[in-house]
Design a protein around this ligand. Structure first.
Ligand SMILES: NC(=O)c1ccc[n+]([C@@H]2O[C@H](COP(=O)([O-])OP(=O)(O)OC[C@H]3O[C@@H](n4cnc5c(N)ncnc54)[C@H](O)[C@@H]3O)[C@@H](O)[C@H]2O)c1
Length: 349
């Protein structure tokens, strides 16, 4: 890697399942990339040089669809392709072992799928590797941080026009680690604060995996004034339908995110014209691009990192590590039958 803005960067994909490659292989809508392979095949400054999967068939199918690079199940063969960018798209239980093997390559952009790891102990090991591998740059792919709509929302929120966060209700399903982590990330990004405590209430053991049930949670944040900001995460069983939605209340407005995140509505407080002296809400924005172009935008950021540009990564390793604190504390609360757990970010890192 260097500072050459015209260079083509070599990309290896580890794990060629749905998010690695498959969703684009079977999609009839090619307008927007849905996978890492799609993002880096579209990007004029990258070339996919390796598809690695534990299933040799899956790797071969991906390689023959994209017609580029090699298909393999061997890390030695992957290392020999000398990638500049590596996408970790296996289940989270496999990330650490691949990161250890990748240490042979001193300069890399690592793009890890979320969540960062299968548990907090492994997240700490990953952080240690990141400290040692000084030539590595990191992205953890919390997709909404890269979409056009959420970038516009973040820009709008830059000077806190809605005041301070006051509370939120949210719905998710399909596993606390798998999908709840997206909701934790969204809340942290929009509130610009991390939760201080978590309490696990009921849960739905859904059919995705018996190791990742969806827990109903109560989180507490603290806003700048020092007030508690309660957030209730309810669970919707994804076997009924996919649901990922939140309404966030601020002192001067409301943000409502629905349709899995495609739709972002923003209301601001105004004087009610019908009932004098009442303050009510008035719609000021409605974006429908909340999931637009996130893979393309993430790919562009990876290229800029590979070019040696110094930038604040939109979805960073440290933010992903914060999610792991929340997940760890929530799991502790589950074990303690719903006890409220204070999340001590310092003690755990
Ligand atoms: N950012 C997002 O919005 C998003 C969306 C979907 C999935 N994900 C995350 O991506 C990861 C993968 O999810 P998925 O839905 O693509 O799963 P998947 O099961 O469809 O794909 C995983 C792939 O990894 C391969 N694999 C498993 N163990 C391996 C190993 N030891 N070595 C090499 N390959 C191995 C499997 O054969 C499979 O092809 C999960 O962590 C998931 O949470 C993120």
């Amino acid at each position: 890697m260097g500072n050459n803005s015209k260079a083509t960067f070599r990309v290896a994909i580890i794990g060629c399942g749905k998010i690695g490659s498959y969703w684009d292989e079977v999609s009839s809508d090619r307008a927007q990339a849905k996978t890492h392979a799609g993002a880096f095949s579209k990007n004029p400054q990258t070339e996919v040089v390796c598809f690695l999967d534990i299933s040799a068939d899956r790797a071969r199918q991906a390689q023959s669809f994209w017609k580029t690079g090699i298909a393999t199940s061997s890390m030695e063969e992957l290392l020999a392709t000398k990638p500049d960018i590596v996408c970790l798209c296996t289940p989270e239980s496999e990330r650490l072992v691949y990161l250890k093997a990748l240490r042979a390559l001193p300069n890399l952009v690592i793009i890890s799928e979320k969540p960062l790891s299968v548990n907090f102990a492994e997240a700490k090991e990953i952080l240690q590797i990141a400290k040692e591998q000084k030539g590595w740059k990191w992205i953890v792919n919390f997709i909404r941080r890269y979409s056009d709509g959420f970038q516009e929302l973040n820009e709008f929120l830059r000077n806190d026009p809605l005041g301070e966060p006051v509370g939120a209700n949210a719905w998710y399903g399909k596993g606390m680690r798998n999908s709840g982590s997206h909701m934790f990330d969204l809340l942290s990004m929009i509130f610009k604060i991390e939760p201080v405590s978590v309490q696990a209430l009921s849960h739905v053991t859904d059919d995705l995996t018996d190791r990742d049930p969806s827990h109903e949670l109560r989180l507490e944040y603290k806003n700048k004034t020092g007030n508690v900001v309660p957030v209730h995460l309810s669970v919707c069983d994804h076997r009924n339908f996919m649901f990922f939605e939140t309404t966030m209340i601020f002192s001067k407005g409301r943000i409502r995110i629905s349709d899995l995140g495609h739709s972002i509505e923003v209301d601001q407080v105004v004087e009610d014209t019908r009932y004098p002296q009442y303050q009510t809400l008035n719609r000021i924005h409605h974006w429908n691009n909340g999931l637009k172009s996130f893979f393309e935008n993430m790919g562009n950021e990876a290229v800029r990192l590979a070019q040696g540009e110094k930038l604040d990564v939109k979805s960073s390793l440290s933010q992903a590590f914060s999610q792991m604190h929340i997940l760890e504390a929530a799991n502790e609360s589950v074990k303690l039958h719903g006890q409220k757990i204070t999340i001590n970010y310092n003690d755990r890192s």
